[in-house]
Design a protein around this ligand. Structure first.
Ligand code: ZN
Length: 382
């Protein structure tokens, strides 16, 4: 699958200010997939070699070494901490993709290269950065990072004067505030920005609520305040022996929630044994909350019916991924075998730098139903 397609899916996902929804469909036949895989590999190599060019070896926002995330629309390579903040701004501001984890087409890579890399991005967005303004460092707090990244890309306070004047998104009164001339207006604007972000998140919640069932635990009140330590890519493989919620069958879909984010699979009509094979991505907040799994029956006219739930403790997987990163994958296999013994939700494996957990879940609070999931944990250390 192409990154372009993922982007299209992500744009349609609700609540995109907090997470990217990446879903796979199986429309392509095998040989198409094979061709796509090969071209994705060569595209990735092209991207990697661009990443090694001068300027791209440090995060565009905080100068952490070896960034592995890229804002596809801005063209900036950023570290995982800054990528979490970019992601919280919404895909309309910054569309974050993983250099290694996402599938790339030549076209996608070319459009990133065209933007010129970190040097060109910073030439534009940090052109008029005040001398006394301290850019975030690799060890900066999330607040300092968030403040800077919003000023840089959302309010675009550091553009050169001509570009600022031509930017339609910035109120005229604010255009001189980069130098601190009009701090009252600036504060007001910042507050309204926050309000806007909040109401946007609220709107997304509302939209979702109108459309389908939603676990009560999720709130957007901490939008943008969460620090992420990595990503999980969940392949929702299939369901078996699910319960009947319509007359003879059900139209099931799966919703995954992690902290403030939730993503869902497509609906499969009239089956109790759906095969989704759909990959969804979620950011891991630093307190590593459990992954909540809910299955619902899609109803057109009433609220969607509950078809079971489950909770997965992803902390062992995150620890395993950390262990793999901290040592060479070869050296840590013994340690991983030990970890596989202590977890109840399946087996954790590590191969080719990927740490995965295959899970067969028995759904709770329902008469019957199992789910098969594969979870991959990535890029914790950046
Ligand atoms: Zn950074």
């Amino acid at each position: 699958m192409s990154a372009r397609k993922e982007r299209r899916d992500a744009d349609h996902s609700s609540g995109a200010s907090l997470f990217d929804l990446l879903s796979l469909d199986d429309e392509e036949n095998y040989s198409d997939e094979l061709n796509e895989e090969m071209s994705s590999e060569s595209a990735k190599q092209k991207l990697s070699s661009f990443l090694s060019e001068s300027g791209n070896e440090l995060c565009a926002d905080c100068r952490s070494p070896d960034p592995k995330w890229v804002s596809a629309n801005l063209g900036a390579f950023v570290c995982i901490k800054c990528s979490g903040i970019h992601r919280s701004l919404g895909v309309h501001i910054s569309k974050i993709l993983s250099v290694n984890l996402d599938e790339w087409t030549e076209e996608d890579v070319d459009s990133v290269i065209k933007l010129g890399g970190n040097a060109a991005v910073n030439m534009k967005y940090e052109h008029s950065i005040p001398n006394n303004y301290r850019k975030p460092q690799p060890d900066s707090s999330i607040d300092d990072r968030t403040d800077f990244i919003k000023r840089k890309y959302v309010m675009q306070q550091f553009l050169n004067a001509e570009e600022q004047l031509s930017c339609p998104f910035i109120p005229a009164a604010l255009q001189c505030s980069a130098t601190g001339v009009n701090s009252v207006v600036e504060k007001k604007y910042l507050n309204s920005m926050r309000m806007h972000n909040f109401s946007q998140a609220f709107l997304n919640t509302r939209k979702r609520k109108d459309a389908e069932q939603k676990p009560a635990k999720i709130s957007n009140s901490t939008a943008g305040m969460v620090e992420f330590v990595g990503m999980i890519k969940v392949n929702v493989v299939k369901g078996t022996n699910l319960v009947i919620r319509d007359v003879r069958s059900s139209d099931p879909y799966v919703m995954l929630s992690l902290g403030n984010q939730s993503v869902k699979t497509r609906v499969i009509k009239s089956t109790l044994n759906p095969v989704w094979n759909e990959k969804l991505m979620l950011s891991i907040p630093d307190d590593v909350p459990p992954l909540i799994v809910n299955v619902f029956d899609k109803d057109k006219f009433t609220t969607d019916d509950f078809m079971g739930e489950a909770e997965i403790d992803i902390r062992p997987l995150v620890s395993a991924a950390k262990a793999v990163e901290n040592s060479n994958a070869k050296g840590s296999s013994k340690q991983l075998e030990k970890m596989a013994e202590v977890i109840s939700d399946g087996v954790i494996t590590a191969a080719e730098g990927k740490t995965k957990q295959d899970i067969a879940l028995k759904l709770q609070n329902v008469e019957s139903g199992e789910l098969q999931l594969e979870i991959e944990c990535v890029a914790l250390s950046q």
